[in-house]
Design a binder for this molecule. Structure first.
Ligand code: IVH
Length: 714
């Protein structure tokens, strides 16, 4: 998934929220269909979970916008059309999750509170493995299997009776002589690791794509229209619950499960009862420890209140029983082969190595990629010839151990050197950006003298991986501040090839005049808005040199540094000339630069690298052909805030704190971090607290962000 950043749900407008909910409903339905309908997931569980979480977050902020087809209203997936539909006589529910031991203690405390049971009152729990398969409901009438149905959306499933009958763990006729008229047995269909491996061996021999994991394979096998195929896939079944029953033969969960065994079902040998929550949690840990030795996947432990009368009193909350909880396992580890290493270039130019793995199931999810963090993580010996602490010495072809925990990107934990093949290949970390070919460097930290672990592309202005971000920065408020060119427009213009770099912005009007499709014909644009944009662009052909420099987006060159450089060089030509020499490693140019107040080695290195990239230098030249940077204003003396002490507090929405500070300083104000009797003005955004209070106490003038812009005439 892209490293998409979200606006906090509470800050969305209703229109945005509705739009996003619509998109999420579609996206989640698509992934549900792939996962459940075709057993071929396209995204990881973590990515899927992130979509659902975002959906929930927005729904909580805008409860009135919850859609009828909201993913949160569906449990699991909708039944496929090809099978006959079966309406469950009692819905098939889901379970609430617990992740920490404390969540389980809280579950028990909740149960006690609900039942008004004292702390010492007995409360027996069952604990059993949570099988990572798919649930099935089996309806027996007069002891004979009449319908087997998948869960579907919890209310309506698919009729897979013919297929269920091929599973030897599922009796066609119940054993014993005291069988109620109607018995619905529920449990989990799964595939053993051995069966899965054998099946995949067959697939590979036949030259077909191997399956990804036992769970999805079991699901796919059960939903074969041809039950002869299901029969060739050895599926198993654990019975652990029931639906409609014309009579309940026992009074406890554990008793019922014993009864299921009497009727001929396989029940889980690791199910046990506990009178004490700590003992139940200990059972969880022992099941977790033995997990790797099991021949099937489990993803947690389910605790249930044993007494059925208490279960009845506890009832349900929405789709989950109050009397049960699933305690999920944290992270699972697995061994697989590192097939290749690829480099991804992030929006800020960081080169991140990504491991391409032989697909492997970890905690029920297929993992094909893992992050390798940075260069040092892969290597054993650093560029300085010294061994790298925590360096893993990974080679392509190595057998590696990976871990997946919750929502985080899978990690590589370890490498098994004994399995290293003779032709294992050392990965040469590129020193050029794979996206644009510019040099990629590791900076040396000024203070520590150590090399940064991240290698970065230096092609800021021309690197496609960074382009949108760099253009956004260029037009942002502290830089060129072009009205009408917001994030969305930049993104769209870039993708449609209208602007490839910052200099292209200034040729938009000319090109538009000759273009067959005009800007005003684009969706969302009209004659007025297009003309306004061109005017806004033209208005910035005169720009303060400091803003111009800042707009280039050179690493470590913020607004303040832009201004320092502008004050020092005074004119664009002088700056350009000095940068040209700096890029040629001219010592004098460097020393001159280091003598500037506020400029250290880090900035000097960053400038040198930036201008050493011929294509950055080209865009810089192209920009200078379009705009005329003006000498920096000395701190203004005629602005309404000149000489005043200003404090910014709360969250600012239209500018960053740094931008605010630079702007105020440009206008001759002094910016302070705390409110005192000397403060002249407090600019407060939402969430401002003690500083605002203090200002009120001291009678200091306060303004909101809009008030500030009004005051300074922007
Ligand atoms: S009890 C009313 N016990 O987990 C809840 N479920 O997240 C009845 N599952 O749909 C379910 N092992 O597919 C229960 N030992 C177990 C289970 C188990 C796996 C699955 C089942 C259920 C899902 C709930």
């Amino acid at each position: 998934m892209s490293e998409r950043e979200h606006t906090p749900a509470a800050e969305l407008t209703a229109k945005q929220a509705a739009g996003e909910l619509e998109r999420l409903a579609g996206e989640i339905a698509h992934h549900d269909a792939l996962y459940h309908g075709e057993d071929r997931p396209e995204i990881s569980d973590a990515e899927y979970d992130a979509l659902r979480r975002r959906n929930l977050e927005i729904e909580q902020a805008f409860p009135e916008l919850v859609r009828d087809d909201s993913p949160s209203r569906r449990v699991g997936f909708a039944a496929l059309d090809k099978f006959e539909k079966v309406t469950h006589s009692l819905p098939m529910l889901s379970l609430d999750n617990a992740f920490e031991d404390d969540d389980v203690r809280e579950f028990v405390a909740r149960v006690r509170r609900f039942l008004k049971l004292g702390e010492d009152a007995p409360l027996r729990l069952t604990a059993e493995p949570k099988i990572d398969g798919l649930s099935l409901s089996l309806r027996y009438e007069a002891g004979r299997l009449v319908t087997a149905a998948t869960r579907g959306d919890g209310s309506v499933g698919e009729n897979v009776t013919a297929n269920a009958l091929t599973i030897t763990d599922i009796p066609a006729v119940l054993a014993g002589n005291e069988v109620p008229d109607v018995v619905e047995v529920r449990g989990e269909v799964y595939m053993t690791h051995a069966a899965f491996a054998k099946l995949n061996e067959r697939m590979t021999q036949e030259g077909r794509e191997p399956y990804v994991n036992p769970r999805n394979t079991a699901a796919g096998s059960l939903r074969q229209l041809d039950s002869a195929i299901t029969a060739r896939r050895p599926l198993k079944f654990f019975a652990y619950a029931w639906g409609q029953m014309s009579a309940l033969p026992r009074e406890t969960q554990s008793g019922m499960v014993e009864q299921l065994a009497v009727w001929g079902f396989v029940t889980n040998p690791q199910m046990a009862t506990f009178d004490d929550v700590e003992a139940a949690i200990a059972h969880y840990h022992s099941i977790e420890e033995g997990r790797a030795d099991l021949d099937h996947d489990i993803d947690g432990v389910v605790y249930k209140v044993d007494d059925l009368a208490l279960q009845e009193r506890l009832g349900f909350v929405s789709r989950s029983p109050r009397w049960a909880v699933a305690h999920k396992f944290a992270a699972e580890k697995a061994w697989t082969v590192l097939k290749d290493i690829e480099i991804q270039v992030g929006r800020t130019g960081a080169l991140t190595p990504v491991a391409r793995l032989q697909p492997v199931t970890v905690g029920g999810v297929v993992v094909t990629n893992a992050t390798l963090h940075n260069e040092d993580y892969i290597a054993a010996i650093g560029n300085d010839g010294e061994p790298i602490r925590d360096g893993k010495d990974l080679r392509i072809g190595d057998t590696v151990q990976i871990q997946r925990a919750g929502d985080v990107i899978p990690q590589i934990l370890d490498v098994d050197l004994s399995k290293r093949p003779a032709d294992a290949r050392v990965f040469e970390f590129p020193t050029r950006c794979p996206a644009c070919g510019s040099e990629a460097v590791r900076e040396v930290n000024d203070k520590t003298g150590r090399e940064d672990s991240v290698r970065r592309c230096t092609g800021g202005l021309i690197c496609p991986a960074q382009a949108v971000e760099s253009i956004r920065h260029f037009v942002s408020r502290g830089a060129f501040d072009i009205d009408g060119l917001g994030d969305k427009q930049v993104e769209a213009f870039y993708h449609d090839g209208l602007i490839a770099n910052a200099a292209d912005i200034f040729t938009l009007r000319d090109r538009d005049e000759k273009a067959s499709q005009k800007l005003h014909e684009r969706e969302g644009w009209g004659e007025v808005s297009a003309a306004k944009l061109f005017d806004a662009i033209d208005a910035r052909r005169d720009i303060e040199l400091g803003r111009f420099i800042y707009g280039l987006g050179i690493r470590h060159v913020g607004e303040r540094t832009g201004l320092d450089l502008a004050r020092h060089f005074g004119a664009a030509e002088a700056f350009a000339e000095a940068m040209g020499r700096l890029a040629q490693s001219d010592e004098e140019a460097r020393e001159d630069l280091l003598a500037v107040d506020g400029i250290g080695e880090t900035v000097a290195d960053a400038l040198a690298r930036f201008f050493a990239q011929p294509r950055n230098a080209q865009v810089f030249e192209a920009l200078l052909a379009q705009v005329k940077p003006t000498p920096p204003q000395q701190a203004a003396t005629d602005s309404p805030v000149a000489g005043k002490t200003v404090v910014f507090t709360g969250s600012l929405e239209k500018m960053t704190r740094d931008e605010a500070k630079a702007m105020a300083e440009r206008l001759g104000a002094k910016v302070s971090g705390s409110v005192s009797a000397k403060t002249d003005l407090v600019v407060a955004g939402p969430g401002a607290g003690s500083k605002l209070k203090k200002a009120a106490e001291l009678g200091v003038e306060t303004l909101d962000e809009d008030g500030w812009f009004e005051l300074i005439g922007r």
